[in-house]
Write a protein that binds this ligand. Structure first.
Ligand SMILES: C[S@@+](CC[C@H](N)C(=O)[O-])C[C@H]1O[C@@H](n2cnc3c(N)ncnc32)[C@H](O)[C@@H]1O
Length: 383
């Protein structure tokens, strides 16, 4: 019996549940809380628990401090070095008193730091953010999600897809994604392109694309991922499939990049159209988690039909159940995708089951540097 199977034995589960019930009774007792904070050996634990609980309580305020700094240009003005407070938030941005409140809040979050009287510089987190324009674009678009979350219970009670975020991603809740207007794909396509950099590097380092002759990127957006593939593997042929409005943007970007002779773009709706054949590698980068199970099953079946036996399928996205990133997978993406109107974060095991039912071998996971952001599963079409 494996260690994992032993942990799932019924008597172990019962024991663990009984222990958790007892722990909860203690934690609900204010006298226990006081005693744990007073007793020296348990004090660090009690403090850590209080801090982590407060992180959850205050998270919304912190994300709004971040958004305010971004919108008011604080990070950009600090890009080249420390700046006097008066120049950081000059007349016309904020009055001095709220400006000081915002900067102190941002300093507490290590987004900025004070350098002597009245001068400000980037904090370590602000510097890391400036080095990652994709994250800045994600922060800005969160305003749409947070508008939906002003009344979170109302959002969860409303019919799925009746949100501002569902309008931002119009294909998600659409009965006919193929008829989504081109104009409404521009904002999300820009966001995906801006945030693609780190994902593409992770995927290309995790899997050797030079073993392939032609790659079909399904839901490939404006082709930012495929252009990264082309830079890494100059001889590989590129094919992209996306909704008509997005496919037109991809065609224009491939032309600008001088890649028109190597890249084929197909416009279509993968919820009903077949995928083009001829590729020996099909990739889904940040695509499957956007869709409910029946559409993902259909999509995997379409990928199987597009590949010859032995052909490779690669899935790259953040997954549920990622050790150390549970808050990202289940809390953040779970709520995000619910608000978006379709899809859910899946575990590697769930995707493995879906792949095998669709006619693929059990996938192999290729390690990535930041699994919180991207995990990569690779599978082959069965003969
Ligand atoms: C979350 S974006 C990911 C884009 C890109 N793969 C990336 O990682 O930057 C999902 C992509 O799937 C495309 N898509 C969604 N539903 C589709 C459908 N029914 N048919 C074709 N493409 C679709 C969207 O237009 C979008 O470009």
């Amino acid at each position: 019996m494996t260690a994992d199977a032993r942990l799932r034995a019924p008597w172990i589960i019962r024991l663990r549940e009984r222990w958790h019930d007892r722990r909860n009774r203690w934690l609900m007792d204010p006298r226990f809380q006081r005693a744990a904070a007073a007793f020296l050996p348990t004090r660090p634990l009690a403090r850590r628990e209080a801090r982590e609980l407060f992180d959850i309580v205050a998270g919304f305020v912190w994300s709004q401090v971040l958004l305010s700094c971004l919108r008011l240009g604080v990070f950009e003005r600090l890009r080249d070095g420390p700046v006097a407070a008066a120049d950081l938030l000059p007349q016309g941005t904020l009055a001095p008193a709220p400006a000081a409140t915002l900067l102190r809040a941002a300093a507490a979050l290590e987004l900025v730091e004070q350098r002597g009287e009245g001068r400000w510089a980037l904090g370590r987190r602000g510097a890391a953010l400036l080095g990652n324009p994709g994250v800045l674009a994600m922060i800005e678009h969160h305003a749409v999600l947070y508008a939906d979350l002003v009344d979170p219970v109302a959002m969860l009670r409303a019919p799925r897809g009746a949100t501002a975020l569902a309008r931002y991603w119009p294909y998600a809740a659409a009965a006919e994604p193929g008829s989504v207007e081109a104009a409404s794909t521009a904002a999300y396509t820009r966001l995906m392109s801006a945030s693609q950099g780190l994902v593409a590097e992770e995927v290309l380092d995790a899997h050797d694309f030079s073993r392939h002759r032609r790659v079909l990127d399904v839901g490939g957006g404006d082709g930012t991922f495929l252009r990264a593939v082309a830079r890494r593997v100059p001889e590989i042929d590129l094919a992209l499939f996306d909704l008509p409005g997005v496919a037109a943007q991809a065609t224009a970007r491939f032309t600008e990049a001088g890649l028109s002779s190597r890249a084929t773009v197909t416009a279509g709706d993968f919820s009903r159209d077949p995928l083009p054949s001829g590729a020996d590698l099909v990739t889904f980068v940040r695509v499957l988690h956007d869709h409910d199970d029946p559409r993902v099953e259909r999509l995997l079946a379409a990928a199987r039909d597009a590949l010859a036996p032995g052909g490779t399928l690669l899935i790259a996205e953040p997954l549920a159940g990622t050790t150390g990133a549970e808050r990202m997978g289940d809390a953040y993406f779970g709520v995000y995708l619910w608000a978006m109107g379709s899809g859910r974060p899946r575990t590697a095991q769930e995707l493995a089951g879906m792949l095998q039912r669709a006619g693929f071998e059990a996938p192999v996971e290729r390690p990535t540097r930041v699994p919180l952001q991207t995990r990569v599963l690779v599978s082959r079409r069965r003969g």
